[in-house]
Ligand binder design. Structure first.
Ligand code: SF4
Ligand code: SF4
Ligand code: SF4
Length: 248
């Protein structure tokens, strides 16, 4: 039986999500046994224009990136967005809060007007092409990566939770960060990380993006209980939520 051919591509990012794949250790051998990896810059030198599954890491920040992504999409049967940079634009979307000329000057100084140093508003992958599956997080969760890939190989819907981080956090009996006077995004952010941040003494910053149908009323109730407003919550969405559409 022919194995599905997989290619992994990176755009603007820190490559930390690919590193999570490399760190799968024994499990990666299982996964690699089930597919034929034909391109993966971080791990091999071969390249190919023929693949069935394209895994995209990173956000889209330049016009030429959009063209490259569209070509990848046209070649792949299935396209997966890997990590917050790809799924929601990630920290790169912070740039969208500033004037692009100012951004270029800040990064490139006196060379800011050089034509090849162009930059555009940051986009998540699905703002440019259709995405078939998402692997959330900054960085991704290795276990979840394996689960999603296996489900897709079996033709099943990947088991991505569509309930908020608070559900996992409460199951772990963590003391709520609101009790410490912090503003945590758990009520509106997609679970699946095992409430990693609140379980380690930090608030949720929102790296897995919004749940599909945020329970706005529940979020408002939490805000009311702690004497905060929805505006306070929105302020805390800046790191991963810049310019994201939401209904709050
Ligand atoms: S999602 Fe986070 S860890 Fe992954 S590539 Fe982007 S910045 Fe790096
Ligand atoms: S608001 Fe944050 S700390 Fe509180 S229960 Fe939800 S995820 Fe946990
Ligand atoms: S708790 Fe929030 S910020 Fe932390 S890993 Fe989970 S979704 Fe990301």
């Amino acid at each position: 039986m022919t194995k599905p051919r997989v290619a992994i591509f990176d755009f603007a990012c820190c490559e930390g999500c690919q590193l999570q794949i490399v760190n799968l250790e024994e499990e990666i051998l299982d996964l690699i046994g089930a597919v034929d990896v034909v391109e993966w810059r971080e791990a091999m030198s071969e390249q190919s224009h023929e693949y069935d599954i394209a895994i995209i890491e990173g956000s889209i920040t330049r016009p030429e990136d959009e063209k490259r992504l569209q070509i990848i999409r046209s070649r792949a049967k299935l396209l997966i967005a890997l990590g917050a940079c790809a799924t929601i634009g990630g920290v790169n979307k912070l740039k969208n809060n500033f004037d692009l000329k100012e951004v270029r000057q800040c990064v490139y100084g006196k060379d800011a007007d050089m034509p090849h140093l162009n930059t555009a508003m940051t986009k998540a992958v699905d703002e440019v092409v259709q995405v078939d599956a998402y692997i959330h997080g900054c960085p991704i969760d290795r276990k979840e990566f394996g689960l999603v890939i296996r489900a897709l190989l079996l033709g099943k819907k990947p088991p991505i939770p569509d309930y908020p981080v608070c559900v996992e956090c409460k199951a772990k009996e963590n003391v709520c960060r609101y009790e410490y006077g912090e503003i945590c995004l758990g009520p509106i952010i997609r679970a699946g990380c095992g409430a990693r941040c609140p379980s380690n003494g930090f608030r949720c910053f929102g790296c897995r993006g919004y749940v599909d149908n945020p329970n706005v009323e529940a979020a408002r109730e939490v805000m009311d209980k702690y004497g905060l407003t929805v505006e306070d919550l929105k302020q805390k969405m800046v790191l991963f939520g810049s310019k994201q559409e939401h209904t709050l």
